[in-house]
Design a protein around this ligand. Sequence first.
Ligand code: ZN
Length: 210
Amino acid sequence: MSPREQLCEYGRRAVDLGLVIGTSGNLSVREGDLVAVTPSGVALDRLTPEMCPVVDVAGHLVEGDLQPSSETPMHLAVYGTTDARAIVHTHSVFGTVVATTMTELPPVHYNALMLGGVVKVAEYATYGTPELAANVRAALEGKRAALMANHGGVTIGGTLEEAFELTRLLEWLCEVYVRGLGVGKPTVLTDEQLAAVVDRALNPPEFPRL
Ligand SMILES: [Zn+2]
């Protein structure tokens, strides 16, 4: 699949899974110095490859008739400082709940390690602005995910598939935490417990052969 075809495919999935509504949310894929991004003002399940603009890393429109997503400056800022090859941004419900009520998502499940442990909430700034781009870039340092205060969430990956799966994971972790708060006081994993998980993943036990 070409990058623009991938945007259509994962755009549809994002809508199907309820991660975005209306024309919210945006995705991008980087290939070399070019970035294919979803257009502004089109629902993610109504995209065709030709609708998806291609910009260069400096933000010039290279291909396409529609305007790139208003959050393109944030995507380009993240590409400028990470090894990301794809970015997914949504306004998913539980991610946005955490982003409007907390300053970080604590690791209550070891799968949080796939996002870099604690997920930080980037300071609020108006959508589409360089300030928001800078805040998100800072919150993402050393991580694969960040939340955006009073706005939503963002994940990065080596492929769009990976970034998309991390968005699903981020939403799941936020849901577990928020639902946990409704039941009691969720226990946060300690640094030691998380280090033990990393150690276990790096040194899996082998099953002896009969
Ligand atoms: Zn947004």
